[in-house]
Design a protein around this ligand. Structure first.
Ligand SMILES: NC(=O)c1ccc[n+]([C@@H]2O[C@H](COP(=O)([O-])OP(=O)(O)OC[C@H]3O[C@@H](n4cnc5c(N)ncnc54)[C@H](O)[C@@H]3O)[C@@H](O)[C@H]2O)c1
Length: 260
């Protein structure tokens, strides 16, 4: 496993699901982790879960759809640990009442999903990139989705936010390559998290069963299976990778619509 001892990592939406596993994975690899979330009990739980890890997890309440919160997170990491070495733009929402055709979707719902899922990635980068550049480089990893590549009915803002995240990944990679900042994205398939479970009324057994059928590998993924890929992408083992995405989806994107 890569060693991140002494590195400073920020994880947005770090309180639950994929973000929680990412916080723990980096802390277990020695990094100091600033876990940003709006769910304070969940954030505190991550701190407790990582208490025996070699790296330290600090929780900070932050609605990363706002500029002030993003600026504050970067300042806090610099104050605590002197840098931001890895930024994980993981946060994402897909409220159940957003599953609507575009002509029925309230404009405010569009704005909120885009602000949380996409704008937060821009805002965090806006404040973190200069810090990384000044200290010789860094890595930014964006959590996009297979839904940024293929689509479904009723998910206009989520699809646009994830497609936007993939495009932003390529653009930022070019923008900051000369500063030794690598920018990558991960596209999870269905992962066993509170977000995914909401779609089955929090019935995790149903999520596993129905989701498992869709994925060629025969099951849905675990948050840790996204975290381990992010750990690799942030490591020197991926030093020639930038502007690229990785599907971590049990073969979902390999499957043609005509398959079976
Ligand atoms: N779970 C899946 O199947 C799946 C699949 C593809 C992509 N993703 C993406 O992975 C990422 C993580 O998803 P997850 O399934 O772990 O979600 P989750 O809902 O389980 O966890 C997301 C966390 O983000 C926090 N959060 C929400 N709004 C916030 C805000 N404004 N500021 C700060 N924190 C906020 C939540 O409180 C929660 O702790 C998202 O970007 C999601 O779109 C998930």
């Amino acid at each position: 496993m890569a060693d991140f001892t002494g590195k400073a990592v920020i994880v947005t939406g770090g309180g639950k699901g994929i973000g929680r596993a990412v916080c723990l994975a980096f802390a277990n690899a020695g990094a100091n982790v600033l876990c940003a979330d709006v769910d304070d009990p969940a954030g505190q739980e991550v701190v407790e879960a990582g208490a025996s890890a070699p790296g330290k997890i600090v929780y900070q309440h932050a609605d990363v759809a706002t500029s002030a919160a993003c600026k504050g997170l970067v300042e806090q990491a610099v104050e605590l640990w002197g840098s931001v070495d890895v930024l994980i733009n993981n946060v994402g929402i897909q409220p159940l009442n957003s599953y609507l055709p575009a002509h029925e979707l309230p404009e405010e719902m569009w704005d909120r999903i885009i602000d949380v899922n996409l704008k937060s990635g821009f805002l965090m980068t806006k404040y973190a990139a200069p810090v990384m550049a000044e200290r010789g480089g860094g890595v930014i990893i964006n959590t996009a989705s297979v839904q940024g590549l293929q689509s479904a009915k009723g998910i206009a803002p989520y699809a646009a936010s994830k497609g936007g995240m993939l495009s932003l990944t390529r653009q930022l990679a070019l923008e900051y390559a000369a500063d030794n900042i690598r920018v990558l994205a991960v596209n999870p398939g269905t992962i066993e998290t509170p977000l995914a479970a909401a779609s089955t009324g929090n019935d995790y057994a149903k999520l596993r069963q129905e989701g498992g059928k869709a994925h060629p590998i025969g099951r849905i993924g675990k948050p840790e299976e996204i975290a381990s890929v992010m750990l690799f992408l942030a490591s020197d083992g991926a030093s020639f990778m930038t502007g690229e995405f990785v599907n971590v989806d049990g073969g979902l994107m390999a499957k043609g619509a005509w398959a079976e």
